[in-house]
Design a protein around this ligand. Structure first.
Ligand code: NAP
Length: 448
């Protein structure tokens, strides 16, 4: 603050005139810690340094502030506060041109008191904001998980042909329906077109296979799982591959596939259609050629990778966003390692800022991560096969994050470096004209 003023006073032509100076006193994480200790942001900033034996020499000529800044020995920051404040370090020591933290999402108005538990899709259908994810849940486990989730109040289940568990999902749905506590029309079931079905004439066949496994006449939403296809060698070959690499079909025609998807709505086999793992350009390609526009886009989305640009593009076209990996998908570690990949996965559940917000609301980190997204009308589909976690993850409508919490969590966005699902899970895909995004990453054994 004072630095810019001084330069102007001295008449120094200074780059800082156009540079955003760090606004530590309004940093939402600092303010969260200050709120917790009923102290000012300045006191927290000074105490943070003093507690590490760093001498702080705050300047002020105002008696009240001098007094305030001096009162930093009557309270103590705990380990969590220190970790949250430490996580603000941008490194480099390049004042004032250091790395620019992503702008916190604008929270123009306070979140509603009673929040939506569903969103209205472009076709008028209501889609529950909370669903159960089913990836990496074998059939025998997923049946019990789906039943537990539906009995706990979930009304939305997310699966895929590629998860090879649609039969178990179907079993779980039937068991829950038998309880008499819900009817099929209360449920929102999502499944996805596999890569091998991404050719003209094949979409109907694969959707019918999914319906048969699920034991349903129709799903609520059918998604194109990825924007690239694989060669179909046989109908039972879920991940067509050779020498540990997927048999990629390089001539995927997204518009032709979309026309087939539209037919599925007309045939009454699905109520809505959408996409998954598409980039913004691919979404626009579909939108500008669609008779029935995509209702939903399912993508990786969580506090470290908030997908602001893609979300904005989708919003313009009334496409709802479903966040996959909303907890950071920690279960992938074992899977990746078993395939010979050493990957650093984001540890969202232990992030100190997330934990600080959780502590404030007496909630778990998982609940905060999910609520943060749902409060922005982003659909969340956390996966768990454990009944206690299913219930915990489902309890996100009984509390509310305030503007400060939202700003602190928004500030965790890392943009593109926060992406943790890389298409290099499909070795060779970078050569595909429709490879949606590509980040070099150690190739691992396919299929995952
Ligand atoms: N379209 C796509 O390409 C795509 C890609 C990935 C995922 N998805 C969908 O999105 C869903 C969610 O993504 P995801 O499964 O990758 O990741 P996630 O939901 O972020 O994380 C699931 C992992 O977190 C654990 N977990 C769940 N609740 C927890 C809690 N309260 N505390 C601590 N750990 C907890 C689960 O273990 P336990 O089961 O042991 O509890 C599991 O290992 C998937 O299941 C799938 O339906 C779609």
């Amino acid at each position: 603050m004072g630095f810019q003023f001084l330069m102007e006073e001295l008449g120094v032509e200074c780059r800082s005139a156009t540079v955003e100076l760090p606004d530590l006193l309004n940093n939402p994480v600092v303010r969260l810690v200050a709120q917790k200790h009923k102290r000012t942001a300045a006191q927290v900033l000074l105490r943070f340094l003093a507690q590490q034996d760093i001498t702080a020499i705050p300047k002020s000529t105002k008696a009240v502030r001098i007094h305030e800044n001096g009162d930093i020995f009557s309270f103590q920051l705990d380990e969590l506060d220190m970790a949250a404040l430490s996580s603000l370090d941008l490194g480099g020591g390049q004042f004032p041109d250091g790395p620019v933290a992503p702008e916190p999402a604008r929270t123009e108005e306070a979140p509603p008191r009673t929040m939506n538990t569903s969103v209205t899709l472009s076709g008028g259908q209501r889609m529950p904001l909370l669903g159960l994810g089913c990836w990496q849940a074998p059939s025998q486990e997923v049946a019990a998980a789906v039943e537990a989730a539906l009995l706990a109040g979930y009304r939305h289940i997310d699966t895929a042909y590629l998860y090879m568990n649609e039969d178990g999902v179907g079993e779980g749905i039937q068991a829950a329906l038998k309880s008499g506590k819900m009817t099929r029309s209360d449920l929102f079931v999502v499944t996805k077109l596999p890569n091998a079905g991404m050719q003209e004439g094949k979409v109907e066949k694969y959707l019918k296979k999914s319906l048969k496994l699920l034991g349903l006449d129709c799903v609520d939403l059918y998604l194109v799982h990825t924007p690239f296809g694989c060669v179909e060698r046989s109908e039972t070959d879920v991940f067509p591959s050779q020498d540990g690499k997927p048999l990629i079909e390089f001539s995927t025609d997204l518009i032709a596939v979309w026309k087939e998807m539209e037919k599925m709505v007309k045939l009454g086999l699905t109520k809505s259609i959408g996409v998954s793992n598409f980039n913004a350009k691919q979404v626009l390609k579909i939108v500008s050629n669609a008779e029935i526009p995509p209702a939903v886009h399912q993508v990786e989305c969580h506090v470290y990778f908030q997908q602001r640009a893609l979300r904005e593009a989708c919003k313009k076209h009334n496409i709802a966003i479903t966040a996959y990996a909303p907890l950071g998908s920690p279960g992938r570690k074992v899977l990746y390692e078993s395939r010979g990949a050493t990957v650093e996965l984001p540890d969202l559940l232990n992030n100190p800022v997330v934990r600080l917000v959780a502590e404030k609301h007496k909630r778990t980190a998982a609940q905060v991560l999910l609520r943060f997204l749902a409060q922005q009308d982003i659909i969340v589909i956390p996966k768990s096969t454990k009944a206690t976690r299913i219930r915990e993850n489902g309890d996100i409508f009984s509390f509310q994050l305030d503007e400060l919490d939202m700003a602190a969590l928004s500030s965790l966005d890392q943009g593109e470096p926060g992406r943790s699902f890389h298409m290099s899970m499909f070795p060779g895909i970078s050569d595909h004209p429709e490879a949606p995004f590509w980040t070099p990453f150690q190739d691992m054994k396919y299929p995952l």
